[in-house]
Design a protein around this ligand. Structure first.
Ligand code: TYD
Length: 210
């Protein structure tokens, strides 16, 4: 149970528009009079941001093993939950988190960590602080790549293999299928207004208004 607050997480592959949706949700929910706390993973607190840096940017020439990387994600999550997410929920805020435990399930299982191990670490770290709602932004990687090309954006998305993006997509869709009560899949290819409208409709549908 998350107390009086609401805990919403956003998930999806790179380039699906999570940041744009979060900005829209922040404004819309604040306009309804809620205290809205926007945060991200890995990160969100000073210690968790420090761990993020260590995880995503290891010393030159070094790489974390898949298990060590999964543990770092969870180390940052433990601090984030304890020092930011749980206190915010306890005082009644709506917490919107850009990526959360489903990203670990998706990315670290693709890296080769067993789902059983990931789920047992998740249970230990997340405990009862499960998202009330997880919005999964979904699109075919080809369509996202095309959209980026049209906008002349060249970034890491283009540099990773298409097969990797397909696996990330499939992993999130599998989570949604297994936990339909918590998760909602949103078509990421709509305009920012359409995506925001779909997200708000889902929030209204799944959660009490106050
Ligand atoms: P970020 O720049 O925030 O990516 P994005 O804009 O796609 O959200 O970098 C976060 C990266 O870390 C992203 O590639 C996903 C990955 N990640 C994991 O591998 N495991 C996790 O548990 C989380 C939260 C993120």
């Amino acid at each position: 149970m998350n107390g009086p607050g609401r805990f919403i997480t956003l998930e999806g592959g790179e380039g699906t528009g999570k940041s744009t949706l979060i900005a829209g949700l922040q404004d819309a929910l604040a306009a309804r009079g809620h205290e809205v706390v926007v945060t991200r993973e890995p990160g969100g607190t000073p210690l968790a941001e420090a761990v993020r840096n260590l995880a995503l940017h290891p010393p030159e020439g070094e790489t974390w093993s898949p298990l060590a990387h999964a543990l770092l994600m969870n180390t940052s999550r433990e601090d984030h939950l304890r020092n930011l997410i749980r206190p915010a929920l306890a005082r009644g805020a709506w917490v919107i988190c850009d990526r959360f435990a489903d990203s670990t399930r998706a990315y670290q299982s693709i890296d080769g960590v067993s789902l059983a191990q990931l789920m047992s670490i998740e249970a230990m770290v997340v405990g009862d602080t499960r998202p009330d709602l997880t919005l999964i932004l979904d699109a075919a990687p080809d369509a996202l790549a095309e959209r980026r090309r049209q906008r002349n954006v060249s970034d890491v998305f283009e540099q990773k293999e298409a097969a990797f993006h397909e696996r990330v997509r499939a992993a999130f869709l599998e989570i949604a299928e297994n936990e339909p009560h918590r998760c909602a899949v949103i078509d990421a290819l709509g305009s920012p207004e359409t995506v925001l409208g779909a997200a708000l409709a889902t929030i209204d549908d799944r959660m009490e208004a106050s």
